[in-house]
Design a protein. Structure first.
Length: 397
């Protein structure tokens, strides 16, 4: 019976990891479609909008610093419960407060929740599905793509129907309540995973300072900055520069995340055959080409902007899988640090674009997604070179 209960627990918490990712995708991708309406209603500038987005990802950054250790010390269930409560409280504040700082602080609290869910969900997959973590991390990202498609369409429907930007966030409240109930009543399967609770500081210090890990931090920071910039500013760019309607621009965000979803679904079946680094190289090169074409100036070419999601799709899960393949100890803390850099990129990327939009205009500001992608590409090339060098050294020793 104990084994049966353990298997049941593994299944339940694996599903909970997918649900965490669904909530993250839903929350994160309400921001872009609702931001123009929010700025207009509150009479905020683009810089203030960028600061609000910055607060969310600073919250994400803070959460990953804290919850990586919490996952190793107190367990994954504690992370899920804390994250769900943060999202609930943050959304309540966000939809009720009407001051710049009230909304900004609420977004920070929401960021704490999404950061906790991101780390908690991914570490659960690594812990409970160690043999097929690459596939599961890609599939979990498919769920992110599904919710990321749904929420912009829902937001566009509410705004176009004169219901405003708040109703979409009320859906988030219901999702958070479901997770609060689950995390409060369900026990994490003891001994079900490969990686046990506890933390070895000496080993952790060596892990996080490896040369490849340093470039993985840069890669993750640049990629998440890129993805969150697309989610946050693509609707405003299409509306202001190309004259698209709210509904059309929201659909473009949905197409971007639809591409992420499809790409991750396909990637889940090929990444182990092609190899992590080769997949990352293909993804960053193809994504860069799409962004360059989409920003070329012609309205007809803007299709390539959301289409880039098909290429970028597997960057996040493959980077996570590659990093965890390098280690077997301190997985929660190691993923936490990696995701902290992801949160830092998510904070800085959209914020810098908001500042540049106010200074140099929407076209120039949004074009920062190109340098972000170049950083991803360079990081992959450096890691690939380091891996080849390391393999040669290991063969000769």
């Amino acid at each position: 019976m104990g084994t049966s209960l353990s298997v049941r627990g593994v299944r339940l918490f694996t599903l909970s990891a997918f649900f965490c990712t669904f909530i993250i995708g839903f929350v994160d991708n309400l921001k872009g479609p609702t931001m123009p309406a929010l700025l207009k209603e509150m009479n905020f500038s683009y810089s203030q909008g960028g600061t609000i987005l910055l607060a969310a990802y600073l919250g994400f950054f803070a959460a990953t610093l804290l919850t990586g250790v919490l996952a190793d010390v107190a367990g994954r269930r504690a992370v899920l419960l804390a994250a769900a409560c943060s999202i609930f409280l943050g959304v309540v504040g966000f939809v009720t407060l009407k001051t710049f700082w009230g909304i900004t602080i609420s977004f920070f609290i929401i960021g704490l929740g999404t950061g906790g869910f991101d780390l908690g969900g991914n570490s659960i997959i690594v812990d409970l599905q160690p043999k097929e973590k690459g596939r599961y991390l890609s599939l979990i990202s498919v769920v992110h793509g599904i919710s990321a498609m749904i929420s912009p369409l829902l937001a566009g429907f509410f705004i176009a129907g004169s219901l405003g930007w708040r109703p979409g966030y009320l859906v988030v409240l219901a999702l958070a309540v479901v997770m609060i109930v689950f995390a409060s009543l369900t026990k994490y399967p003891a001994g079900a995973g490969t990686f046990q609770e506890g933390m070895n500081l000496k080993t952790l210090g060596k892990q996080i300072t490896m040369p490849q890990m340093r470039w993985l931090y840069i890669l993750m920071m640049a990629y998440v900055g890129l993805e969150m910039s697309m989610a946050s500013w693509l609707p405003a760019y299409l509306q202001e520069v190309h004259g698209m309607s709210v509904r059309m621009s929201s659909q473009s965000v949905s197409l971007f995340f639809g591409g992420l979803m499809i790409g991750r679904l396909i990637g889940s079946f090929v990444i182990h055959r092609v190899g992590y680094l080769r997949v990352l190289l293909i993804a960053s090169t193809g994504g860069l080409a799409c962004l360059a074409l989409g920003l070329s100036g012609s309205t007809g070419m803007t299709f390539f902007l959301p289409f880039s999601g098909l290429f970028f799709s597997i960057t996040f899960p493959v980077t996570t899988a590659f990093a965890t393949d390098m280690h077997r100890d301190n997985i929660g803390s190691m993923i936490g640090l990696l995701f902290s850099f992801a949160g830092l990129g998510g904070a800085i990327g959209p914020w810098l674009i908001g500042l540049l939009i106010d200074v140099a205009g929407m076209q120039t500001g949004f074009s920062l997604v190109i340098p972000y992608t170049l950083v991803v590409l360079v990081s992959v090339l450096v890691i690939q070179k380091q891996s080849k060098t390391q393999a040669i050294v290991e063969e000769t020793t």
